[in-house]
Design a protein around this ligand. Structure first.
Ligand code: JHZ
Ligand code: ZN
Length: 373
C-alpha cells in the first residue's frame, strides 16, 4: 500500500487483529457492531503511519456521539487557538472550521472577532450547533463547500480532522482554494512521535486513518503550494501538533523526528503497549471490590478490547455525553450518566480517557480508588 501523502511504499508495523468500531455504541435491543481488521503501516519517507483498511466514512460520521463541549479542557484549548490565530490574522475576517462537531471552536473564536462558521457531516451535531446559533453547514468536506467562493477565509481550521480523512490531497486542495491570499490553515493532529514514545496504542482505531508527523504535514502542504510556518506542541489528546500552514515557503526549521525512521522505535512501541496492559491487569487482580469505568471514549473501546474487558469486569461506564447514555459500549458494558448516586457500591474506577484524568478526578467521590488506563 502507498503512503497517502507522499506515495512511497509503506511497511506494516502493528496488527491489532479485528476490532469493533471504537464509537460503535449500540442500544440494548440491537446486535453488537461488526468488527474490522486494524493494521498499521508506516511510511519510511515522510513518517506518516496509516491504517490498511478504510471504513466508509458515512457509516462512521453521519450520526456521531462525540461532543467537543463535554470537556472543559478542550474549551480552554479552543481559546488558545483563537488567541494564536488572532495574532496571525490581525484584521480577523471569516473563519471556517472543518468538521466543527457541536460548534465549540466556532463559538470560542467568535469572541476574538472572527466571523466563524462550520461544516460538519453529523446531522445530529450540526442541528445542535445551529440551535445554539453556531452557523453550521451539514456535509463532508471538501464536497460540502464546492459552491463556496474561493479565497474568502482568513482562517480555516481542522482540529483532529486530518487523521480521519482518506483523500488528504483533495482536502488540502480545497483548503487552498478557499483560503484568502494571506490566510492561515490551522491544523491540529495527534503527533505520531508521542503516540510511539508513550505507547498510546488506544488512540489507534478505524476512525484514525493517519497518524501524522510534522514532516508528513509539511509534505502535504508543499504539494499544494503551501508550507508549515509554525508548530507548537500541546499535551491535549496525548500530545498534539498545532500547526500553521500558509502559502509560499516561509522559513521554518523542522523538528527532530529521526526516531520515526528507525525500526527499533516500532519494536519498542509493542513493549510499551504490553506494559500498559499488564499494569492494568495486575491492578485489577490486586484490588478487591466492585469496578466501574469512566469515559465511554473511543480510546476506551480499544483499551478494553485489548485488555479483554467486558460486562463481567465493569458494572457500567459513566459518561456525561447524552448521546452515549443508555447505550452499550462496543465491548458490551452499559453507559450511564453521572449523578450523586452513580458510584454507590463501587470501590474501584478505571478511567479510560487518561488525557482528561485530572478533570475527571475532580468530579469523583474521594473514596473511590482510581486507576488510569
Ligand atoms: P476523549 C475523541 O476520541 C474522538 P476519544 C475522536 N475520534 C478524536 O479524533 C479524538 O477525540 C481526538 C467523556 N467525559 O475526549 C466524554 C465525561 O463524561 O478522550 C467522552 O465520551 N466527563 C473524534 O473518544 C470521553 O469522556 C468529563 O469530565 O478517545 C472522553 O473522550 C470528561 C473530561 C470527559 O476522546
Ligand atoms: Zn509518506
Amino acid at each position: 500500500m502507498e503512503c497517502r501523502v507522499c506515495q512511497s511504499a509503506t511497511i506494516p508495523w502493528l496488527n491489532l487483529g479485528t476490532q469493533p468500531l471504537a464509537n460503535g455504541f449500540y442500544s440494548p435491543h440491537e446486535k453488537p457492531p461488526p468488527k474490522y481488521p486494524l493494521q498499521v503501516l508506516r511510511c519510511p519517507k515522510c513518517g506518516l503511519s496509516q491504517l490498511s483498511v478504510v471504513v466508509p466514512p458515512a457509516s462512521l460520521y453521519e450520526n456521531y456521539s462525540y461532543r467537543s463541549e463535554v470537556s472543559t479542557g478542550f474549551q480552554r484549548h479552543c481559546r488558545d487557538i483563537g488567541a494564536l490565530a488572532s495574532n496571525w490574522n490581525k484584521s480577523k475576517g471569516r473563519w471556517l472550521d472543518i468538521a466543527s462537531n457541536d460548534g465549540t471552536l466556532i463559538n470560542h473564536v467568535g469572541y476574538f472577532g472572527f466571523e466563524a462558521q462550520g461544516v460538519e457531516p453529523a446531522k445530529n451535531l450540526a442541528a445542535y450547533a445551529n440551535s445554539q446559533g453556531r452557523s453550521t453547514t451539514v456535509g463532508f468536506f471538501p464536497a460540502a463547500t464546492k459552491n463556496f467562493d474561493a479565497g474568502q477565509f482568513a482562517v480555516i481550521s481542522s482540529v483532529n480532522v486530518l487523521g480521519h480523512v482518506a483523500d488528504v490531497h483533495a482536502f488540502a486542495a480545497e483548503v487552498e482554494r478557499l483560503l484568502a491570499p494571506d490566510g492561515s490553515w490551522v491544523v491540529e493532529v495527534p503527533w505520531v512521535r508521542e503516540l510511539l514514545d508513550k505507547g498510546e496504542f488506544d488512540t489507534i482505531y478505524h476512525e484514525h486513518l493517519s497518524y501524522w508527523s510534522l514532516r508528513a504535514l509539511d509534505t502535504l502542504a508543499r504539494a499544494h503550494g503551501m508550507c508549515v510556518s509554525f508548530a507548537e506542541f500541546h499535551p491535549i489528546h496525548g500530545g498534539s501538533l498545532l500547526v500553521r500552514i500558509r502559502r509560499g515557503t516561509p522559513n521554518f526549521t523542522m523538528w527532530d523526528e529521526s526516531r520515526l525512521f528507525s525500526q527499533q522505535t516500532y519494536y519498542d512501541f509493542q513493549r510499551k503497549m504490553q506494559a500498559r496492559l499488564s499494569t492494568f491487569v495486575e491492578k485489577y487482580n490486586a484490588l478487591r471490590g466492585k469496578w466501574a469505568g469512566f469515559g465511554a471514549a473511543a480510546k476506551g473501546t480499544v483499551f478494553a478490547c485489548a485488555a479483554g474487558i467486558n460486562e463481567n469486569h465493569l458494572r457500567f461506564v459513566v459518561d456525561e455525553t447524552p448521546e452515549k447514555q443508555g447505550k452499550l459500549t462496543p465491548y458490551g458494558v452499559p453507559i450511564v450518566g453521572l449523578n450523586e448516586d452513580t458510584f454507590l457500591g463501587i470501590t474501584n474506577l478505571l478511567v479510560f480517557p487518561w488525557n482528561h484524568l485530572e478533570e475527571i478526578k475532580a468530579k469523583l467521590p474521594p473514596r473511590l480508588r482510581v486507576v488510569s488506563a
